[in-house]
Design a protein. Structure first.
Length: 422
């Protein structure tokens, strides 16, 4: 009897110490809903849907490989240097990554169907990262990109439909057809009251889309006006991919409530884009740099590097007035041309920079055969708009501060930091 009792107790103890099995329905599905399904669902650009167990199970080993390599979800900024926290961080936590790995290693079990969370609801078939826009403007008809041919740059002007002045809080452009043929889209606001000095032919810059781009979202209190009667100029860079492709794109705008006037005027501009790029054939770790000086105190909101297929890394640092202090702000150390992501700084870590600060952008390139995205390592590569050329800039969003605002915000940041460390 004692022997039987001891065996029973040992079995209970073993069951209590044995880790609970990781299953799709209970553990993995919530992660996929939060981090993956925005793209991985029907009628989007993702190669497979991950809404159900039956859809995800055949891809289990591939999912494990991608998450271990930190290739998926796409998030390539180095969180060990500079700004470490972001408003729109879609990367997996260490715990979420470990859960997926355990699930795959256990044979990817389904689990109890009763544990499955309710399906995530999506507002429409498009991938609006910022949620359903208040205003959507799209091309009036599809543009046909031939199967073969040189890159094309065209402008299409479309009425926004706005009949009153409003302030913008978020901007996003999505290709709704033929995304593989859309290298980039630059949108601008054209209004009959705007002066045209010859340098403003396309209008006032609004947003830049490139492959894999998410949304530009402004913090509360910062915005950009769009006037009644404004037309949107779509400047499209189209690229043939071997198949005749109809393309169309849509611009989405999130608006502040009627009558609201933000305190700060948000600015987005491209910095550090060296036109003297000269990348030798079969060369790796080729470095180029660019600089831009802030005329006034500023609060930086986001960072989005823009390189092409030879791009390897892009880092931005602040050289403070006098050059006695240099601080790394952001570094995308594993640049991916397929993902032109906007990294939105967390409010508590948005860099506060004094007037005269120099933003220093450093880009690295791999034009060697070891770069699997390199179409021809034997070519000398220079600056250019074509997909086979290179660039080295970054889109940076910020707003200017008065001297008094800069002092107040800097002191408030110091106090908040001290409180956290106490």
């Amino acid at each position: 009897m004692k022997l039987v009792l001891f065996a029973s107790l040992a079995g209970i103890a073993a069951a209590q110490t044995q880790p609970e099995q990781v299953t799709f329905t209970k553990d993995v599905a919530p992660i996929l809903q939060e981090k993956c399904q925005t793209c991985h669902r029907p009628d989007t650009f993702a190669p497979m849907s991950l809404l159900t167990y039956e859809e995800a199970r055949p891809w289990a080993k591939a999912i494990k490989a991608k998450v271990i390599a930190r290739e998926m979800p796409p998030w390539y900024i180095d969180k060990n240097v500079g700004v470490r926290h972001f408003k729109n961080d879609v990367s997996l936590t260490d715990s979420e990554l470990a859960t997926i790995v355990k699930w795959v290693d256990a044979g990817a079990p389904k689990g109890n169907p009763a544990d499955m969370p309710p399906p995530r609801k999506f507002e429409d078939a498009k991938t609006w990262h910022m949620g359903e826009p208040d205003v959507i403007v799209q091309l009036p008809k599809d543009i046909i990109v031939p199967a073969q041919g040189a890159d094309r740059w065209i402008d299409v002007v479309v009425d926004s439909g706005l009949n009153e002045d409003r302030y913008i809080q978020g901007i996003e452009v999505v290709p709704i057809k033929g995304f593989r043929s859309v290298h980039h889209v630059t949108t601008a606001m054209k209004h009959e009251d705007d002066a045209d000095d010859g340098d403003n032919v396309q209008g006032v810059f609004l947003n830049e889309y490139a492959l894999g781009k998410n949304a530009d979202m402004f913090p509360e209190g910062a915005g950009r006006m769009i006037k009644a009667g404004t037309k949107i100029n779509f400047n499209l860079h189209l690229h043939s991919t071997g198949t005749e492709t109809p393309i169309n794109v849509a611009l989405g705008l999130k608006l502040y409530p009627k009558g609201y006037t933000p305190h700060y005027n948000e600015i987005t501009e491209k910095i550090g884009d060296p036109k003297d790029l000269d990348i030798p054939p079969n060369a790796d770790n080729v470095r180029f740099e660019g600089y831009q000086t802030l005329a006034k105190p500023a609060r930086l909101l986001s960072f989005q590097p823009h390189l092409h297929n030879r791009g390897k890394a892009s880092c931005m640092e602040a050289i403070y007035p006098g050059g006695h202090k240099v601080e790394t702000l952001s570094c995308v150390s594993r640049y991916q041309f397929a993902w032109h992501l906007v990294y939105l700084y967390d409010e508590d870590e948005q860099p506060l920079l004094p007037a005269g600060t120099i933003l220093h952008l450093i880009s690295w390139y791999d034009n060697s055969p070891g770069n699997k995205f390199n179409p021809d390592p034997d070519n000398l590569i220079t600056y250019g708009q074509r997909t086979i050329d290179e660039m080295g800039g970054a889109w940076v969003s910020y707003y200017y501060l008065s001297d008094e605002e800069f002092k107040q915000q800097t002191e408030a940041r110091k106090k908040k930091t001290l409180t956290k460390t106490e």
